[in-house]
Design a protein around this ligand. Structure first.
Ligand SMILES: *[C@@H]1O[C@H](CO)[C@@H](O)[C@H](O)[C@H]1NC(C)=O
Ligand SMILES: *[C@@H]1O[C@H](CO)[C@@H](O)[C@H](O)[C@H]1NC(C)=O
Ligand SMILES: *[C@@H]1O[C@H](CO)[C@@H](O)[C@H](O)[C@H]1NC(C)=O
Length: 712
């Protein structure tokens, strides 16, 4: 699965796992939100951030809100009617920087005063959602229209308290005991319930809670209490309905489920690697200016954490190797939404169609990175500052890391062979700069890398790891599978089925190729047949087509009808007259194959194409809509794109969806080795020639005293 946040609070205060999940709000610089009293953290798990953020001040127009700005915004709302009548009824679902207009950001330079600082806020008050913009200097609040359907991103408190709600129901307790599970061994997850056209879904915020037995393992995800689903009203915590089926399905054994180093066991031969590290004897080649601006190898970009998107890259530009001038490439890039539908239509599974950014908060679920393992020793760490449901800020330490990566790859090379008689041996090491985060949306882990290369490429890579969402089943061997009935997945271990599912991550890429006036060009490659009598019967020809409107930029990738997809500057060409551009280069990806009118796919319609292009519009940021939870899909990228607006010679946004089909296999048990895919933003006639000719080769004398033992 993906999404859900672990709840075990009242039941078991001693679990280390639990503490990791709750770390976030325990680091609250001010008093912790009330629900944290349920937990007692182990002191070792509270990482002290090297940096204390109380005195942070914003230094760039795109810098996230600081602790004092968040505190100020909260105070402004508390004294604003109608909230002032009952400030304690105000629930904060998000409070983040309302970014200044793009023109103000583009015309800003270091040393200028900042454009007015504003906060964009989503709160609920007495059951009503409000979207507000706050001017922090003036103290003024303006109210904006809210979407027609759906609810705001859940708060962490929504998730934890909903997961606890079933215990207030005697029938639930009886069912757990009847299945032989001790209440103290219960671990329950809040599963977003989706939208399936039922009347109740329009009125109430609903969530489905499913539980596991943690007896004998830290990996309770492998011990599902199958078929027991509790529908909970997220606001009243009332149990609306209990579906109690599958009582005869055994809870899988705990044997072999623990993945932790001490517990994993196994043969010594399976661990033959000696420690490895990267050395930078003269220190790193990048610096981070004013906390958020990263400069490396001609690149400069703004980097920040975001509660919903996770990691946001802004104002990325690269120095021209000839003129030295910084040229813009990408104004803003981030994961706009995730969609993770499971392929099991039965009662306890059909609704599992997660949207991890808009429902759970992709950034909220990003835990502190683990030094030396999540990121190498030469990494720099950046914190996130988020808010709890009561509007108080807290620090998520080490949420992002930045490091130079050298995987032993080659940047470019050429050697002359004896044929020519020339003695030329030229090769350059490939070093890149990675900005990384990892979100743990309950069981599943997503690793998101933005990798900047010296040749102008930006590679966006998503890795999937963590633990599968599995289904309890009566089978211990595939020979027990019923002949006529679907099992919806693979038998991974005795009584455990890994259910087939997809992952889609849709990226918002506000391209600014050498400025904001851009066009989207499809460069098609098609067979041409030659005239009779020629030695060749056919060849391939490239044809350019500038997309005039949005519908011409709704792209489904096809292997036998190949295209390149360029974003070009509408006004600039190279010395030779080629349009200056960047292309999006898909790598392995998967397409959405569900019925487009299936309710989850209506909501996930932003995955109907791999590529879309829209005219930039500040209110079209979230591909699944602003309020994704239980919405009806009326505010998605697919709906916006159907307006078929002009996109030629405009400030445009490219949307790219990276997809994965996942048919689980036994190697995914009890935890998955990382599976990755990526796409590139690659210069195409952007530079006048190879931009890394002048990159220096590595020399033995410059490197530390590690002997090349392997070649001895
Ligand atoms: C269910 O069990 C828990 C744990 O023993 C207990 O706290 C709770 O009160 C029980 N619920 C009901 C309705 O009996
Ligand atoms: C964008 O470029 C086109 C030429 O391709 C030009 O006609 C148009 O005025 C430009 N738009 C802006 C806003 O500068
Ligand atoms: C901007 O987006 C909003 C929301 O989709 C839409 O209502 C509005 O018409 C859009 N503006 C333009 C100029 O397309």
């Amino acid at each position: 699965m993906d999404s859900s946040v672990l709840y075990r609070s009242i039941l078991c205060v001693c679990s280390a796992l639990l503490l990791i999940f709750t770390l976030s709000w325990l680091q609250t610089p001010t008093a912790p939100p009330t629900f944290s009293r349920l937990f007692t953290p182990h002191p070792k798990l509270i990482q002290s951030s090297a940096h204390h953020h109380e005195s942070d001040i914003p230094r760039h127009p795109l810098d996230p809100l600081t602790i004092s700005e968040i505190t100020a915004a909260r105070a402004i709302l508390f004294s604003h009617p109608p909230f002032s009548s009952s400030p304690s009824s105000l629930i904060f679902h998000s409070l983040a920087l309302d970014e200044p207009d793009k023109s103000a950001v583009l015309s800003w330079s270091s040393g200028d005063s900042l454009p007015p600082r504003r906060a964009s806020v989503v709160v609920r008050f007495k059951g009503e959602a409000h979207l507000l913009a706050i001017d922090l200097a003036k103290g003024s609040v303006s109210s904006l229209p809210t979407p027609a359907t759906g609810f705001p991103t859940m708060t962490i408190e929504d998730m934890t308290s909903s997961a606890a709600a079933p215990l207030l129901d005697a029938a639930f307790n009886r069912s757990i005991i009847a299945r032989g599970v001790r209440i103290s061994d219960l671990a329950c997850l809040p599963v977003s319930s989706g939208w399936f056209g039922r009347e109740i879904e329009n009125r109430r915020r609903l969530i489905k809670v499913q539980c596991y037995s943690s007896e004998g393992t830290a990996n309770f995800y492998m011990r599902p209490i199958e078929g027991l689903t509790v529908l909970v009203d997220m606001d009243t915590k009332e149990v609306v309905q209990i579906n109690d089926e599958g009582g005869d399905i055994p809870i899988p054994k705990s044997t072999g489920t623990d993945y932790r180093y001490e517990a994993a066991g196994g043969n010594e031969m399976a661990r033959p690697l000696r420690p490895i590290s990267i050395e930078q004897p003269e220190g790193p080649s990048f610096d981070v200016v004013d906390g958020h601006r990263v400069r490396w190898a001609g690149w400069e970009f703004h980097l920040k954490a975001d509660a919903r998107a996770g990691l946001v890259v802004s104002s990325a530009g690269v120095a021209d190797p000839v003129s030295g001038e910084r040229r813009s490439v990408l104004y803003k890039g981030y994961a706009s939404e995730l969609f993770v539908p499971y392929m099991d239509p039965t009662d306890a599974w059909y609704f599992k169609t997660y949207m991890d950014a808009g429902e759970y908060g992709f950034g909220l679920q990003a835990m502190p990175l683990i030094p030396l393992n999540d990121c190498p020793r030469n990494a720099y760490y950046m914190d996130g500052i988020f808010i709890a449901a009561d509007g108080r800020p807290y620090v998520r330490s080490n949420m992002i890391c930045v490091f130079e990566s050298y995987a032993g790859d080659i940047g470019w090379r050429h050697s002359e062979s004896p044929i020519t008689g020339l003695e030329i041996r030229e090769a350059r090491p490939k070093v890149t700069l990675v900005a990384r985060m990892a979100a743990s949306v309950a069981n599943y882990d997503y690793i998101v890398d933005w990798e900047f290369q010296t040749d102008g490429i930006i590679r966006v890579k998503v890795g999937l790891s963590g633990i599968l969402m599995v289904k309890g089943a009566p089978y211990t061997h595939v020979k027990h599978f019923p002949a006529k009935q679907d099992t919806y997945g693979t038998l991974l271990s005795e009584n455990i089925i890994g259910v087939i599912h997809d992952h889609f991550i849709t990226f918002h890429l506000d391209m600014d190729v050498d400025g904001t006036n851009n066009s989207f060009v499809k460069v098609g490659l098609a067979r041409q047949d030659t005239n009779a009598g020629q030695p060749r019967r056919s060849y391939l020809k490239a044809t350019r087509h500038v997309a005039r409107t949005e519908k011409e930029a709704q792209i489904k990738l096809k292997l036998y009808e190949p295209y390149e997809f360029h974003v070009v500057n509408a006004e600039k060409t190279t010395r030779l007259g080629n349009p200056v551009g960047y292309k999006v280069v898909p790598a392995g990806t998967a397409a959405a194959l569900l019925d487009p009118n299936d309710p989850p796919q209506l909501r996930g319609a932003f995955t109907n194409n791999q590529i879309w292009v829209t005219p930039r519009n500040k209110t079209e940021e979230w591909a699944g809509g602003l309020f994704v939870y239980q919405n009806q899909g009326e505010d998605t990228l697919a709906v916006w794109s159907e307006r078929d607006r002009s996109i030629e010679s405009k400030d445009i946004v490219l949307w790219y969806t990276l997809g994965f089909h996942h048919i689980p296999c036994q190697e995914d048990f009890p935890i998955m080795p990382t599976v990755s895919s990526s796409f590139d933003l690659k210069p195409v006639n952007f530079f006048e020639r190879n931009p890394i000719l002048r990159s220096p080769p590595n020399m033995e004398k410059d490197l530390p005293v590690c002997t090349a033992a392997a070649s001895a």
